[in-house]
Unconditional design. Structure first.
Length: 292
């Protein structure tokens, strides 16, 4: 049980994805003895579609009432766990992402849904996490998977991406806490394949050295960020695969995939790296993204 009483902040927009996010938040709050705040932010020029459809008139009063009804409808669709958790509701006339960021100062984590399939989802899921991670350092969780599965771990492990960067190390420590709370194994996953442009000289020793370096990295992370006396079953997994593909494969059998916001490569000014972005878009399970 967590001694940290900060809330779990859930972004609600009336979509099935936000119902899954609330269900996942309930399950986590029950494990960690936290309150949950369900927040719906809206603006007249960017109001969520369910709010707009529920408004009889496109005026401020009508939209305000519709926003309240949309939040209530999502809460009504998601069963409260037994025993119940403390639930707070908030409707804010503010840009939804900015409303989440403004209320995240007292939050242990922010939970959002993917907001549906297609290109709109690809843009929204990445931009929401990018903006939230720019504003504050709380973990951002994007809840994927079937609505009925959200929040149900079924004893599956927590998988975390490892590359030795500061965000990755933060992800490992947070993933360890989650595995401890859920009493499930923790999988440390490092995918080490790199692009090699042929033709070139023979690479007889090159790929074995990648494997050795990967195993050494996992051992170093184990020693520095986890230790030996955790009470959690730890699996170190070095996989000959490109990072995003290797992590997506690991997520198939996990209940949660945890990644750092960006690794060692890429542009340092980008908060969200390409591997984290691909995992957020395509993972079959909830994905938690952490900054250092």
């Amino acid at each position: 049980m967590s001694i940290d009483s900060r809330e779990i902040l859930v972004g609600i927009d009336g979509s099935p994805g936000s119902e899954s996010a609330l269900r996942w938040a309930y399950a986590t709050a029950l494990l960690e003895s936290r309150p949950v705040t369900a927040l719906l932010g809206w603006t007249a020029d960017g109001v969520p579609r369910p709010v707009y459809q529920a408004a009889a008139n496109a005026d401020y009063l009508g939209l305000t009432k519709a926003a309240d009804l949309t939040l209530d409808r999502v809460i009504a669709h998601v069963p409260m766990p037994d025993p119940p958790v403390e639930l707070r509701r908030a409707v804010v006339n503010e840009d939804p992402v900015q409303a989440l960021a403004d209320n995240a100062k007292t939050a242990a984590m922010i939970v959002v849904g993917p907001r549906g399939p297609g290109i709109a989802h690809r843009i929204t899921a990445g931009s929401v996490a990018q903006r939230l991670l720019h504003c504050q350092a709380s973990p951002v969780i994007v809840v994927h998977g079937l609505e009925s599965d959200a929040g149900s771990g079924g004893g599956r492990p927590i998988a975390v991406g490892v590359d030795g960067s500061a965000p990755s190390n933060a992800a490992v420590r947070w993933a360890l806490t989650q595995a401890t709370e859920r009493e499930v194994p923790l999988h440390l996953v490092h995918a080490y394949s790199i692009y090699v442009t042929p033709p070139g000289p023979p690479l007889v020793d090159f790929y074995p050295s990648l494997q050795r370096n990967a195993e050494r990295l996992l051992a170093d992370v184990m020693a520095s960020d986890i230790g030996n006396d955790t009470g959690v079953e730890i699996h170190r997994i070095a996989v000959d695969e490109f990072p995003s593909r290797g992590l997506l494969q690991a997520a198939r059998d996990a209940q949660l995939l945890v990644v750092g916001s960006r690794g060692r490569g890429g542009f340092t000014e980008l908060v969200l790296g390409s591997t984290a972005h691909q995992c957020m878009l395509h993972a079959p399970r909830p994905v938690a993204v952490l900054r250092s």
